[in-house]
Design a protein around this ligand. Structure first.
Ligand code: UGA
Length: 499
């Protein structure tokens, strides 16, 4: 890689600390290193830090290992388990710790709170503290208050707790000189590197000119559109973006069920919708629903915040409800194919919550696997990357759970094949070979990944999501020898008009 591509000197005036080296923190840390800055990545998990310092990425993210190794070799990036030292050595501190979900659906901000206290205790000169983890609006205000409070505590401990120490002077006396900004991440797992270097926009939420200037500086090399606003608005942009994309998915999934009911093809509906630039084709892929560490929890957190504030968020609750019903819709298709699940040998292709990641958190596949096992199926599973994570949840068990080396192994003796993640690796499968290996050649496609005609030509019975073929309404019409009615037949309110 050419170090000068992004137009920065080898070391800029800002020294960055990235706290938390997960799916967001690590790409962010090495991304900034690549942009020319000096970066220290900190994580309390010493084993993870050791792995990273030896050039290994603790999870699967395409291209990240190359960038990590490049960063280590540049001498401008290093990981450390010493979070305190990382904070003290930096002028810009990115908070990338986890924000899991509490039982009531709200975001669990305990890691954010803990790291804010640590930052407060270690202010040794001006620092810009940047919230990158996804958090509900007004979290930055709490971070600010916490840092202020704990830095004041530290000063009073140093000067007035009987320790005999004089109040801090020099850099320590600037203890409370800091800003808190929001710079939400929009990284998609599986595309994190691409998203870091070519983001559709960079959102900067800061309430001081100094903070805005530093963030502009840090990202200056990217020359991408920037939205510069106040902190709370920036926080809300992130949550609203995830909620909007989730809404698009649930919308198309609702249309999917209508397609199944009337015998239409949702992939063509999505195409017809997406060509309208006001709608766009992105996030209109129908299927078994959205999962992962972000959409489900962020949607619930936003709904929780809205409800707390007395805002009607029934739209968000409907999005969530439609999504959780997807698994049942899919399982019904399985039951329609094999009838009784108990004792059936079923092949499963794909376990990750989406392709190009080994992440199975909140993956729809888990609920499907769970139900099938509870109903007594014998499962043959495959995923190019997510099998180790799946094995930890569903250990191999003879006659119940078998992990297979290849999709063809999955098909051996199976009475139906279930596609749950649309991995590119499955794109060029030899369908004829798969069919020959199966006891019953049934394909139930949870992601509308296969072309139905091709699957049928290869001898499969094919069921997709909203792709014609299961409509009792259309079947009834066909049986009665009628073509589709030119005008709708009203059977509900006002049925008498057409009846
Ligand atoms: C999502 C957002 O896309 C990122 O912009 C954001 O930064 C990230 O959350 C986050 O908050 O950290 P990610 O969870 O990695 O990224 O994955 P997506 O590619 O958005 O997919 C989410 C889920 O939606 C997957 O289960 C996927 O299969 C599903 N999906 C996506 C559909 O069912 N249909 C679609 O058309 C698109």
């Amino acid at each position: 890689m050419n170090e000068t591509d992004f137009g920065h000197a080898a070391t800029g005036p800002h020294k960055i600390a990235v706290l938390g080296l997960g799916h967001v923190g690590l790409p962010t840390a090495v991304g900034f290193t690549r942009l020319g800055w000096e970066v220290v990545g900190a994580d309390e998990d010493a084993a993870k830090v050791e792995l990273i310092n030896s050039g290994k990425v603790p999870f699967f993210e395409p291209g990240l290992d190359d960038l990590l190794n490049w960063s280590l070799a540049s001498g401008r990036f290093q990981a450390t388990p010493d979070v305190t030292e990382a904070i003290r050595s930096a002028t810009v501190v990115f908070i990338c710790v986890g924000t899991p979900q509490r039982e009531d659906g709200a975001a669990d901000l305990s890691q954010i709170e803990a790291i804010s206290r640590t930052i407060g205790r270690n202010l040794n000169g001006y620092k810009l503290v940047v919230e990158k983890s996804t958090v509900p609006a007004i979290t930055a205000l709490w971070i600010q208050r916490t840092i202020q409070r704990y830095s004041a505590l530290k000063a009073s401990e140093a000067g007035g707790n009987g320790s005999g120490k004089a109040p801090p002077t020099g850099p320590e006396s600037l203890a409370a000189d800091f800003d808190v900004a929001s710079n939400p991440e929009f990284l998609q797992e599986g595309q994190a590197i691409e998203n870091f270097f070519e983001p559709c926009r960079i959102v900067i939420g800061a309430d001081s000119e100094r903070a805005r200037g530093i963030l502009r500086d840090l990202y200056g090399g990217l020359r991408r559109p920037m939205v510069v606003t106040d902190v709370t608005t920036a926080e809300l942009i992130k949550h609203a973006a995830n909620a909007f994309l989730s809404t698009k998915i649930s919308f198309i999934n609702m249309v999917t069920d209508i397609c199944d009911a009337v015998g239409a093809d949702v992939t063509r509906v999505a195409e017809g919708l997406g060509l309208d630039p006001r709608i766009s084709p992105a996030f209109l892929k129908a299927g078994i629903g959205f999962g992962g560490y972000c959409f489900p929890k962020d949607l619930r957190a936003l709904a929780h915040l809205a409800e707390q504030q007395g805002v009607d968020c029934s739209l968000l609750r409907a999005v969530e409800r439609i999504n959780s019903q997807r698994v049942e819709v899919f399982l019904d298709k399985v039951r329609n194919s094999v009838w009784v699940i108990s004792g059936k040998k079923l092949g499963v292709l794909g376990l990750a919550f989406k392709p190009n990641t080994d992440d199975i958190r909140e993956a729809p596949s888990l609920k499907i696997v769970d139900t099938l096992l509870k109903e007594g199926a014998e499962l043959r599973l495959h995923d190019p990357w997510a099998m180790p994570a799946a094995k930890a949840l569903y250990p191999p068990e003879a006659g119940r759970v078998t992990y297979c080396e290849s999709p063809y192994e999955v098909a051996r003796g199976a009475e139906a094949l279930l596609l749950l993640t649309e991995w590119d690796e499955y794109r060029h499968l030899d369908l004829g070979r798969l069919r020959d290996l199966m006891q019953v050649p049934a394909l139930i496609d949870g992601r509308n990944f296969f072309a139905p005609e091709e699957a049928r030509r290869a001898g499969f019975s094919y069921a997709g999501m909203g792709r014609r073929g299961v409509s009792p309404y259309a079947r009834e019409l066909a049986a009665s020898g009628q073509s589709r009615p030119a005008t709708p037949v009203w059977t509900g309110m006002g049925a008498g008009l057409n009846g």
